[in-house]
Structures are given as C-alpha cells and as structure tokens.
Ligand binder design. Structure first.
Ligand SMILES: [Zn+2]
Length: 473
C-alpha cells in the first residue's frame, strides 16, 4: 500500500513538473516532503507538494481528501502555466548569471587539461553545456578564481592560467562565445562567456597587473576572497591570517577602486567585509555589484548584504546577484526554491527589483536548495517568482537588463575617463610585507651609487699612463 501510494505521488509530481524533473530529483523531493510534512513554507509550489502529500497520506480524513481533490487541479494548473510562462520569458530574456566556478572544477578534476573533459555532458559538476541550455543561460561570468593560500606566492600565475582555461574553453566549443562588452553581450546568440576575478590577491597589489587583466578580457574584479589583501578587508574572519590589522579599505584600496572604474572594470563586493563595502560605496562613481551574495536580513550570514548597504547600493544603481548556496540562503544546509525566492522578495521590498540579479555560485559551493540543484533549474525559480506575482518587466530585469544597465554605465565612466593617463601609483612596500617581492628601487639605488667598475678603473689607469708617457717623451 505504502509503495503504491509512493508510486502515485511520483506520477503526480512528474506530471506537475512535466519532464523537467528527473526520477532522482523526484525521489529527493518526495523524501524531503515527507520529512517536512505539514510545516512547508507557504508558496504555490510548496503548496502543490503539500497538497499531494496530504492527498496520499493515510491519516487524512475523507473531508480533507475531498477538499483537496477540488483544490489540487486549480493549483497544479496555475503552477504549471507559470512554468511554461517562465520558459517563454527566459527565451526572450536569457539569464546573465554573475558567478560560476566551473573553471576551478576543471583545474581540480582535470588539472586544466581541457582535452580530457567533454563540457557538453560533464557529470561530476553542476554545470555542463546541456544543463546551461536547459536553464536558459544566455551569458555566464566564469570565475578566474584561485585560493587565498596563493597570495604573495603564485596567485598571479594561477589566475592567468584560469583565464587561459576560460578562453580555451569558450573558443573550443561552438556553443560559447567570449564577449567583453555590453554590445557583444547583447548581440551574441550563443552562451556568452564573461570573465571575473574573485579576490584582490590575484593582482598582487599592482595597478599594472589590473590593467593587463582588463586587456585579457576580465570585466569584474572582486576585492577580496576569504583573505584580507594589503588594501581591503574580507568578510571571512579567521580563515586566513593575511594582513590582520587591515580593517577596511586603505588609501591604496581607494586608488584601486577609482582606477578600476576608469578602466571599465566592475567592482565586485561579494566576500568583502561590510566596512569595506561601505567605504567603496562612499567613493564609487560607477555602479558596483555583489556578484554572488544574498540578503543579510533574511539570513544573517557574513557573505550576505546588510540593509544599510542595500540602501547605498540603490543610490549607486548597483546590483546584488543573488547566491543560491543553501548556507547563504537559509543559514543551514537545507533550503528550498521558496527560501531563495524569499531573498528576492526581501531585496525588492527594501530597495526595489531593479537592484536584483542572479549569481548562482554553482560549482563553487557544496549544497544547493531542493529544486535548484544545478544550472538547468533556473526556470523553476522564475516560476516561483511568477507565482509570487512578480511581473514580466521585473523578471526581465532580474534575468538580464539590470546587469546590462550596470555594464553600460561602467563603460560610460570608462569612455569619459579615456583622456586620463594610466595611474603610476604603487602600493607602499611596507604595506605589502612580502619579502619575496623584488625590490627594484633598491636595485636602482645601488646601481646609481656603485663604485667604478674594474673596466672603468683600467680605462682611467691607461689614460693617466698615456698622459705621463706623452709628458716624458
Ligand atoms: Zn565566492
């Protein structure tokens, strides 16, 4: 009997979500629904599942079952209509996602040997080309991320290798196209590839390195990952012990922010401390983004954005690209589509829908909500937001146009600054505290003060000898 009921539940679930739900996902959802039972969060999608559960549970009374038989078709049909509507909307406005760590997985799993991986059907990752297409992803910021442990060691080389990997990846698959401008992004009919750097340790406190990364196609720059840099503070406490005295943004950090903007590089504040984010927002002339963070007001995690920063970001016309990782969404390991949608509702209420984008963080974290397990599931979230009465304009903004606004705006700041000469500011050596750094100033000083070489001495000696001999003669 139990087994027959379970089979019926599976049939109904698969019917509700058409073929977009795999048998495995179906099993996971059912297990979870039985666990959650009557304490489901009230949203249309969860209501469906709740109703289905009630329908097949032996303890439901006859009256309950009768009422449910009447309610279920209406709820199921409205939800399924919205799924179709979500797909149509995403066809029209394919998603620009702010953060994906597939390149890191390719380093870990294949040591960056792209020839050994088939990106069309990778199975060990949450991202592959088929899933990106199913998820209606029109553009993806690939993260050229390298761990903080490489700070002051080989972070720059490793970041360059990650950029090389992303470029090779995007050039060797016809489904991808590398783009570096808002115009390129708008015109691309493939999955547009964009590059972002996650953490200031990747540039080794060098504005020259920053400019070269821009020339290579990088279009956003995260100020920190989980470690302080010499000039900016991370939100992660106690993970690394770099520059512990740094508690916000230093003068060089401020210079760095201004130079990023004039270059056309978007500043990414995900992973920075709230104090650093506030300092950046005070001086920024261009919109900034949080490429993969959620709302602190819903889940008070240090990776999320507090309300006062949301207000400042509204003035800045910036963007929070909401992160799906369960721990940032629900502050624990289990989350649902509804938990993610709560962050959308919250930020919309605090600062407006035009402040919102999506930065799923797939392949960069362990643990994603039920129903949003990989990059093919984005339409399920859009369906949930439609169920919550988000209108098409707001959703197109979330999917695409809000990011395009930020991108176009920073390009305008870059164009207006075109006549300015590149900055030659260097970080003070004592702030970097890195003995491995070659001190060329010292080298130049020693060259200037050098005593005459042996060759010069011999020349002087020969000259004097010649003069003496001429005088005697
Ligand atoms: Zn991250």
């Amino acid at each position: 009997m139990e087994r027959r009921n379970l089979l019926k539940e599976k049939d109904v679930l698969r019917h509700v979500y058409h073929k977009h739900i795999t048998p495995q996902t179906c099993d996971q959802m059912l297990q979870s629904n039985h666990r959650q039972n009557r304490r489901n969060i009230i949203s249309t999608r969860n209501l469906n599942i709740y109703l289905i559960n009630m329908l097949w549970m032996r303890e439901s009374s006859l009256t309950q079952r009768f009422l449910l038989w009447i309610l279920l078709p209406a709820v199921v049909s409205s939800s399924s209509d919205n799924f179709q509507k979500a797909l149509e909307l995403m066809e029209e406005a394919p998603l620009i996602d702010g953060h994906n760590d597939l390149p890191l997985q390719l380093r870990i799993l294949y040591q960056t040997r792209l020839s050994e991986a088939n990106l069309r059907n990778l199975t060990k990752t949450k991202t592959n080309i088929k899933k990106l297409k199913d998820g209606h992803v029109g553009a993806q910021f690939w993260s050229a991320y390298i761990m903080c442990n490489a700070q002051n060691q080989d972070a720059v080389r490793l970041t360059l290798e990650q950029i090389d990997l992303i470029k090779r990846m995007c050039e060797s698959y016809e489904e991808f196209q590398l783009v570096t401008s808002s115009e390129g992004l708008t015109q691309s009919d493939k999955i547009a590839c964009l590059i972002g750097i996650e953490g200031g340790h990747s540039i080794d406190s060098s504005l020259g390195a920053l400019r070269m990364f821009y020339d290579l196609g990088v279009r956003y720059m995260g100020l920190t990952h989980t470690c302080n840099t010499p000039w900016a503070e991370t939100s992660s406490v106690g993970v690394h012990n770099f520059y512990p005295r740094n508690i916000s943004l230093t003068d060089f950090g401020k210079e760095f922010v201004k130079k990023n903007e004039r270059l056309g590089m978007i500043i990414d504040l995900s992973h920075t401390s709230a104090s650093t984010a506030r300092a950046v927002l005070e001086i920024s002339e261009a919109p900034v983004i949080f490429s993969h963070s959620s709302a602190f007001g819903v889940c008070p995690h240090h990776r999320n954005v507090p309300d006062d920063i949301l207000h400042s970001l509204k003035k800045n016309k910036g963007l929070v690209m909401i992160n799906f990782h369960s721990e940032f969404v629900a502050c624990n390991k289990t989350a649902t589509v509804a938990s993610v949608a709560d962050h959308f509702d919250y930020i919309k209420k605090i600062a407006g829908a035009e402040l919102i984008g999506i930065g799923g963080d797939y392949d960069g974290a362990d643990g994603f909500p039920e129903g949003l397990e990989d990059v093919s599931k984005y339409p399920v979230l859009i369906q949930e937001l439609l169920n919550r009465s988000w209108n098409e304009e707001e959703l197109k903004g979330v999917l695409r146009t809000n990011f395009l606004r930020v991108f176009k705006n920073i390009e305008k700041v870059r164009n207006n600054s075109a006549s300015l000469k590149p900055s030659e500011v260097e970080i003070p050596t004592k702030e970097v505290e890195n003995p491995c750094r070659l001190n060329l100033k010292q080298y130049g000083k020693s060259l200037r003060n050098k005593t005459p070489s042996l060759y010069t001495s011999k020349l002087y000696f020969s000259l004097i000898l010649f003069i003496v001999l001429v005088c005697i003669w």
